[in-house]
Design a protein around this ligand. Sequence first.
Ligand code: ACO
Length: 272
Amino acid sequence: MRDAMRTVKVEKADGIAWTFLNRPEKRNAMSPTLHFEMDAVLAELETDPEVRCVVITGAGQAFSAGQDLKEFFRELDGKPAETKRATEAANRWRWDRLYNYDKPTIAMVNGFCVGGAFMQLMACDFAVAAEDATFSLSEINWGIIPGGLVARVMTEALGYRDALDLCLTGRSFDGKEAARLRLVNEAVPPDALRDRTTALARLLMSKDPEAYRATKIAVRRVRSMSFEQAYDYLGAKMEELRQRTGGRAQRDGIAQFVDEKAYKPVQGSFTH
Ligand code: ACO
């Protein structure tokens, strides 16, 4: 499959899969082909034993200029079957897969991040942006609403006033403002972006992978639960983690601290 890919490029190094939306001449606008390829690539990387962290980024000057206005909107117009297939793939990789991904994920925003690209931005566990990246919810500027789940995740990620501001004005803003709004974890000078992302990926890969997976799913699921439901759910999730690892994580984590005095949990992860 890899050889046939036209719109996605993956470079693997030291456990990290650097996954590039790869249509730089179109600012990585997302065509149906790109959605099908990203969907297949993410499924493959999730079970690839060489890969312990996935970074989503863009080739050239853009993270992604959003949906391809020509290939995704105009050329699919009036073709319900093709529209359904492309929309399902688009939503599956940008949200369902990434939001529930078994491995750590980081969005590395290297340039334009527009409209539909906010889906993968917000679905990743972490986001790091170049200070000079350009963000915009441009939908209103060409006459549609922030669809998919974009309007929904904006109201979740931002205060109400900021969500309305960005959705209703379509104004562009830079990486520094994105960090201030907490759309990204941090913004760094462009020439530090790759190193900072690598350091973050290494930190995430140092965690026990089963504990990492269970923690992120737990945090995401409890957001919409009552306290009573969350008590029950987290108790069951803890038991599930114990079952999946045979108690390994807890046993080794405690032994390395209490008996071997090999590490301190406040300062870093046990060795797994
Ligand atoms: N869909 C289709 N083609 C696009 C898109 C897009 N979203 N974004 C860029 N392109 C194409 C341009 O048409 C151009 O093609 P051409 O070389 O055949 O003329 C090429 O990519 C380069 O784009 P330029 O506009 O020339 O590049 P520039 O760096 O000056 O501007 C920018 C980049 C600001 C991203 C601009 O292209 C733009 O505003 N794009 C539209 C972004 C957008 O609104 N996306 C939709 C969001 S809504 C949604 O996703 C649901």
